[in-house]
Write a protein that binds this ligand. Structure first.
Ligand code: PHE
Ligand code: NA
Length: 501
C-alpha cells in the first residue's frame, strides 16, 4: 500500500497531456469534412453550441470526478456507488478496443511518411493502399496472413507507447507531450502555410467556409456537431477521469477544461484550413470541383492526400510533415487511452506501474499485433471503429450522465467540489447542460444511428460479419465490464470516503 499516487509535475504538464489526448486524428481527418458536409461556415454555430452545452460541461465533470477521487474510472465510480463500478470497467473495455486499432492507424501514418519520398503510390492511391500496402483480402472476415508492411511499424509504435507509459505520469506521459505537442503545432503551422499558398487554395477555403444557413434547421447537422464534439474531446469513456486523477488537490479544474477545450477546437479549425486549401489545389489540378474531391478519414489521409502529394511541387516534404503530424497527433491520444486500462488495473490489484505496463499494456499490444496487421485488418478496424464509437463511447457517456445526474444525484456536490479550487465558478447552467441537454442529445443520437444501422449495413459489409466484428465487439465491452466488476475485491482500505457529504 505504501506507494503514493503519481502526480503531474505542473499545471502546464497536465494541460499538455490533456490537449495531447484531445488533439488526434479526429481533428485532422474528421472535422474538416464534417464541417463541409454540414453547412460549411454555418456549421461553426452548432459546433460552438455543442462545445458550450455538452463538451466543456462534460470535460469539467470528468476532471472533477478524477481529481476528487484520484482514482481511475472503475475505482472512482465504485466510491460514488458500488454498482456504478460497472460503468467504469465498461469504459476500460472500450479503451482496450480503441487502443488496439488506433495504434494501427498511427503505424500506417509512420509508414506513409516513408512512402512520401517515392512516387508510385500516387498513380492509383486506392489500389496502392488496399492492395500493395495492406494486402487487404477481398472479403471481410478473420485474419489468415500477416502483412509485414504494417506489422513492423506497429511493433515500433507499441514499443514507444509502452516505454512512455513505463516511465510514468511525470517522466513519461508529461514529458512526451511537452515535446510532441509543440512539435505538432510547429509542423502543422508549416503545413498550413504551405497549403494556403498553393494554387486553388482559395477555392478550397471558399468551399469549406461559405455558409449554408439553411443547414441550421436540419436536425442531422446538430447531431453531427454534437457527435464531433464528443469524439474530438475524447469524453465519455474515462480518459479525462484518469488524467485528472493525477492532479494535485488544489488544481484548477474549470479553467483547465476551458483551455483544453478551446485549444482542441483551434486545432480543428487550423486543420480545416490546411485540409481544404490542399483539396482546393487538388481540385484545380484535376479540373474538378472541390466538392468532388472531399473525403474524410482513411480515404482522406491515405488515398486523397497521397494523390495530391505526388502532384505537388516538393511533395515529399509536404508528405513527410503531414504524415508525421498525423502520427504524433495519434500517438499522444493513444498514450492516454492505454493509460486508462493500465491505471484501472493498478488501482484494482495494487500492481506497481512497470509490471502493469508490461503485462496489461503488453496484452493490448499483442491483441493489436495479432489482429490488425493482417489481410483482414482494414475491415476489422473499420467495423470496430464504427460500432465502438456509436454503441460504446456515446452510450457509455449517456449511461454515465443519467446515473450521475438522476439516479445518484451527484451533480450538486461535484459542482461544489469543482468550485472550491477553480477560477471560473459553475452555475446552475452546468447541471442543466449535464442533466438535461446532453443526455437528450445523446439519446437522440443513439436513436438516429440505430435507425441508420437497420436501414442499411454499415460500410456495405455482410450482416454476418457486422454481427461479430461490430455488434459483437460493442456488446462484449459491456459484458467484460459486468464480469470484471463481479469479481469480489480484496477489500483495500478506501481513502477519501470522508469527503462524501
Ligand atoms: N479525441 C481524439 C481525436 O480528436 C480521438 C480519440 C478517440 C482520442 C478515442 C482518444 C480516444 O482524434
Ligand atoms: Na480532438
Amino acid at each position: 500500500q505504501g506507494e503514493q499516487r503519481e502526480q503531474w509535475g505542473s499545471r502546464a504538464g497536465f494541460l499538455m497531456a490533456a490537449i495531447g489526448s484531445a488533439v488526434g486524428l479526429g481533428n485532422i481527418w474528421r472535422f474538416p469534412a464534417e464541417a463541409y458536409k454540414n453547412g460549411g461556415g454555418a456549421f461553426l454555430l452548432p459546433y460552438l453550441v455543442a462545445l458550450l452545452t455538452a463538451g466543456l460541461p462534460l470535460l469539467i465533470l470528468e476532471y472533477t470526478v478524477g481529481r476528487k477521487f484520484r482514482k481511475s474510472p472503475p475505482a472512482a465510480f465504485r466510491q460514488i456507488s458500488r454498482p456504478a463500478e460497472v460503468i467504469g470497467w465498461w469504459q476500460v473495455a472500450i479503451c482496450f478496443v480503441i487502443a488496439a486499432y488506433y495504434a494501427v492507424i498511427v503505424a500506417w501514418a509512420v509508414r506513409y511518411a516513408g512512402f512520401s519520398f517515392g512516387k508510385d503510390w500516387g498513380k492509383d492511391p486506392e489500389k496502392f493502399f488496399a492492395g500493395d500496402f495492406l494486402h487487404a483480402g477481398s472479403e471481410p472476415g478473420l485474419p489468415s496472413s500477416f502483412v509485414g508492411n504494417v506489422f513492423w511499424p506497429l511493433l515500433g509504435v507499441w514499443i514507444i507507447v509502452l516505454a512512455i507509459l513505463a516511465l510514468g505520469v511525470r517522466r513519461g506521459i508529461e514529458r512526451a507531450n511537452k515535446i510532441f505537442i509543440p512539435a505538432l503545432v510547429f509542423f502543422f503551422v508549416i503545413l498550413v502555410l504551405r497549403a494556403v499558398t498553393l494554387d486553388g487554395a482559395a477555392e478550397g477555403l471558399d468551399a469549406l467556409f461559405s455558409p449554408d444557413w439553411s443547414a441550421l434547421t436540419d436536425g442531422s447537422v446538430w447531431v453531427a456537431a454534437y457527435g464531433q464534439i464528443f469524439f474530438s474531446l475524447s469524453i465519455g469513456f474515462g480518459i479525462m477521469v484518469t488524467y485528472a486523477s493525477y492532479l494535485g488537490r488544489r488544481a484548477d479544474l474549470t479553467g483547465s477544461a476551458l483551455v483544453a477545450g478551446f485549444a482542441n477546437s483551434s486545432f480543428e479549425i487550423l486543420a480545416g484550413i490546411g485540409v481544404f486549401a490542399t483539396l482546393g489545389f487538388m481540385a484545380q489540378a484535376n479540373g474538378a470541383a472541390v466538392g468532388d474531391v472531399v473525403s474524410e478519414g482513411v480515404g482522406l489521409a491515405f488515398i486523397a492526400f497521397p494523390a495530391v502529394i505526388s502532384q505537388m511541387p516538393m511533395g515529399a516534404a509536404f508528405g513527410v510533415i503531414f504524415f508525421l503530424s498525423l502520427a504524433i497527433a495519434g500517438l499522444t491520444s493513444l498514450v492516454s487511452i492505454v493509460q486508462v486500462v493500465i491505471s484501472a488495473v493498478q488501482d484494482r490489484t495494487g500492481m506497481r506501474r512497470v509490471p502493469a505496463v508490461w503485462i496489461v499494456g503488453g496484452l493490448v499490444a499483442v491483441v493489436s499485433l495479432a489482429l490488425f496487421p493482417t489481410d483482414a485488418g482494414l475491415s476489422l478496424l473499420d467495423a470496430a471503429d464504427h460500432f465502438i464509437n456509436q454503441y460504446g463511447i456515446a452510450l457509455a457517456a449517456l449511461v454515465f450522465l443519467v446515473v450521475m445526474a438522476w439516479v445518484l444525484r451527484r451533480l450538486q456536490p461535484f459542482q461544489a467540489h469543482a468550485d472550491e479550487t477553480s477560477a471560473v465558478r459553475l452555475g446552475a447552467w452546468w447541471r442543466v447542460c449535464l442533466g438535461v441537454i446532453t443526455p437528450v442529445v445523446l439519446g437522440w443520437m443513439m436513436v438516429d444511428s440505430l435507425r441508420k444501422e437497420f436501414d442499411e449495413n454499415y460500410g456495405g459489409y455482410p450482416t454476418s460479419f457486422l454481427a461479430w466484428a461490430g455488434w459483437g465487439v460493442a456488446v462484449a465491452a459491456v459484458l467484460v465490464g459486468v464480469l470484471i466488476s463481479l469479481i469480489p475485491w480484496r477489500d483495500a482500505p478506501v481513502e477519501g470516503d470522508a469527503e462524501r457529504e
